[in-house]
Ligand binder design. Structure first.
Ligand code: NDP
Ligand code: MG
Ligand code: MG
Length: 339
């Protein structure tokens, strides 16, 4: 088994007396900033004027432009949307770099050469394996979200200690840290969200819903069966793996799992997963996404609009409006993304 790192493996003093600029105050940014502050680390925020700026001020942080925050910091954690990072890096961060450590929560821009860091900077990543709102909530509860960490460039000889101290500061070493590389983090993160967590799951749910409704079953029932109930199943898997989930379901459901699961996600699906992975590994996916952004996202916007009109979304909106308890905080639904 790979070595896991916990609180005792970190030396928090590698962040003491240092100033961390958290650039961006969105899903990850607000969580890193607040957790580090509660861990006794000095934090400033780098932003443009707008919604996040006001929020960070309201939360009691010193907020500066990205350039000003970068210039005064020892460590710069870049928590901007991945597709905006290269431009903001080039225009506002790079001109203010002397020898600050550069940190990321996802390896995309370094791995695919969209950001080329100066030779004088340590370059590392700490990537919590969960949405920012959970990174904050679990920390406040005394727990944490596990994180990956990786060193790309170690100029000071202390980059690894810094990564561990940072992962400790945001609470992730309470749950466990796992060392990786920028390449492995980037490729597995993209594969996970495309094939399983986001793309695989939404397509599975829609295909199940369509199969039932096209056969004449009620859409409301199909929604409960194929989407709503999923949370209960996933919670059981989270707690006890596949075995724990199968312990709780009926033997009939478990037999159906065994005989029909491999028919649905069959060898052809796995071949397609391999093709998806190859597109990630050889840069084809990254190139498409970079070009899509340069073209102002025509396909992203069109597909996003169409998806909102899918019958499972229409019936789901009506049913959730009658179940306010499933989503007490509307903002969380918007903020959640398995980026
Ligand atoms: P968000 O979209 O939630 O937040 C982005 C932040 O950047 C906002 O505060 C936004 O402020 C600010 N911003 C956008 N453009 C600029 C700009 N030009 N200048 C200054 N500030 C700007 O991002 P995420 O937290 O989702 O992602 C950040 C990083 O974390 C990414 O690398 C992502 O891959 C990684 N990550 C994300 C996870 C997640 O669950 N979301 C999980 C693990 C890693 P404004 O309000 O002004 O727009
Ligand atoms: Mg059932
Ligand atoms: Mg991701």
């Amino acid at each position: 088994m790979a070595k896991m790192y916990y609180n005792g493996d970190a030396n928090p003093h590698y962040l003491q007396g240092k100033k961390v600029a958290v650039v961006g105050y969105g899903s990850q940014g607000h969580a890193h900033a607040q957790n580090l502050r509660d861990s006794g680390v000095e934090v400033v925020i780098g932003l443009r004027k707008g919604r996040s700026w006001d929020k960070a001020v309201e939360d009691g942080f010193k907020v500066f432009t990205v350039g000003e925050a970068t210039a005064q910091a020892d460590v710069v954690m870049i928590l901007l949307p991945d597709e905006l990072q290269p431009k903001v890096y080039k225009e506002e961060i790079a001109p203010n770099l002397t020898n600050q450590a550069l940190m990321f929560a996802h390896g995309f821009n370094i791995h695919f050469n969209q950001i080329v860091a100066p030779k004088e900077s340590d370059v590392l990543l700490v990537a919590p394996k969960g949405p920012g709102h959970l990174v904050r909530r679990t920390y406040a509860e005394g727990a944490g979200v596990p994180a990956l960490f990786a060193i790309y460039q170690d100029v000071t000889g202390e980059a690894r200690e810094l990564a561990l101290a940072y992962a400790h500061g945001i609470g992730s070493l309470r749950a466990g840290g796992l060392e990786t590389t920028f390449k492995e983090e980037t490729e597995t993160d993209l594969f996970g969200e495309q094939a399983v967590l986001c793309g695989g799951l939404t397509s599975l749910v829609k295909a199940g819903f369509e199969t039932l409704t096209e056969a004449g079953y009620q859409p409301e029932l199909a929604y409960f069966e194929c989407l709503h109930e999923l949370k209960l199943i996933v919670d059981l898997m989270y707690e006890g793996g596949l075995e724990g989930m199968r312990y709780s379901i009926s033997d009939t459901a478990q037999w159906g799992d065994f005989v029909s699961g491999p028919r649905v996600v069959n060898a052809a699906v796995k071949e397609e997963m391999k093709a998806v992975l190859k597109d990630i590994q050889d840069g084809k996916f990254a190139k498409g996404w970079i070009l899509e952004n340069q073209a102002n996202r025509p396909e992203f916007t069109a597909v996003n609009e169409n998806e909102k009109q899918h019958p499972i979304e229409v019936v789901g909106r009506e049913l959730r409006a009658m179940m306010p308890f499933v989503n007490k905080d509307k903002k969380k639904e918007v903020a959640f993304s398995a980026k």
